[in-house]
Design a binder for this molecule. Structure first.
Ligand code: NDP
Length: 260
């Protein structure tokens, strides 16, 4: 009898996945899961050492992966990454557009550099990846492949959190963008989806410097079990494994004890 791991091992055979923000957290866990289910994965981020370690882990387990060092705040870097993926695998048919940063702060502190950093990565960075990779997705769809663009938004894109105004606005952008792109790309047989997680235990919280948010996160950790990156990766794997005519548009995934 086939075991469930045997069943999953070939589920994404033939797919070529690009994952941004793959050096840690949700992206890393998703790269491992997609590779374990048979996809060739191109893992993208700035930290080469972390990407090389991830590729070694995937190939050591019998999967296929390449590390692509990229800074998604630099259009030329993202364009070069797309060329590298095309040279290695022909074209991508799955893009997990996931890199992001969260820097909460009181608006009156006027930390313009942090606002710009979040907008440049979470909004414009998402658009740079779309600019570079949508042509590959269009090509893959024209060839008859199953094709996915999955964007990482957040529950923050729906709800209101004091001191998270800029971050939550960047995620609201991603959610609304996703809904619009689905209307535009769906007719071309490209599925467009978003995941909207609640709190996930990753490096994301480690970049927070605003004391009010640090206190809030520390309190939250005492009252609930945060999601793990692997829990979110399961949702990504579920979205992309649907039959070709099924587009799971939006997945909200929360820690059981998290209200908003
Ligand atoms: P991590 O901090 O662990 O991951 C962020 C990833 O983005 C890293 O791989 C980082 O790699 C990459 N990255 C950052 N800046 C750049 C850049 N300029 N160019 C390329 N890559 C970059 O956090 P998460 O895994 O939690 O975050 C992934 C996504 O999930 C984000 O969009 C985040 O907003 C979202 N999210 C997270 C939640 C949470 O509670 N953790 C909840 C909801 C959504 P490197 O530094 O090597 O470049």
């Amino acid at each position: 009898m086939a075991t469930s791991s045997n069943f999953f091992a070939s589920q994404l055979a033939g797919r070529v996945a690009v994952i941004t923000g793959a050096s840690s957290g949700i992206g890393r866990a998703s790269a491992l899961l997609l590779a374990a289910r048979g996809a060739k994965v191109a893992v993208l981020a700035r930290r080469k050492d972390a990407l090389d370690t991830l590729v070694a882990e995937i190939t050591g387990a019998g999967g296929e992966a390449i590390a692509v060092v990229v800074d998604v705040t630099d259009q030329a870097s993202v364009a070069a990454a797309a060329a590298q993926v095309a040279a290695a695998y022909g074209r991508a048919d799955l893009v997990f557009n996931n890199a992001g940063v969260m820097l909460p702060g009181a608006i009156e502190e006027a930390k313009l550099a942090e606002w710009e950093q979040q907008i440049d990565l979470n909004v414009t960075g998402v658009m740079r990846v779309i600019h570079a990779f949508v042509p590959q997705l269009v090509q893959a769809a024209a060839e008859g492949a199953t094709v996915d663009l999955v964007n990482t938004s957040s529950i923050a894109g729906q709800y209101l959190y004091p001191y998270f105004a800029v971050y939550t606005a960047t995620k609201a952008y991603v959610s609304h963008l996703t809904r619009h792109l689905r209307i535009e790309l769906g007719p071309k047989n490209i599925r467009v989806s978003m995941i909207e997680p609640g709190i996930v235990a990753t490096e994301l919280q480690g970049h927070v410097t605003f004391q009010g948010a640090k206190d809030w996160l520390a309190g939250a950790e005492k009252t609930m079990e945060f999601l793990q990156p692997e829990n979110v990766a399961e949702s990504v794997g579920f979205i992309v494994a649907q039959p070709k005519h099924v587009n799971l548009q939006q997945v909200v995934i929360m820690p059981t004890k998290q209200g908003i």
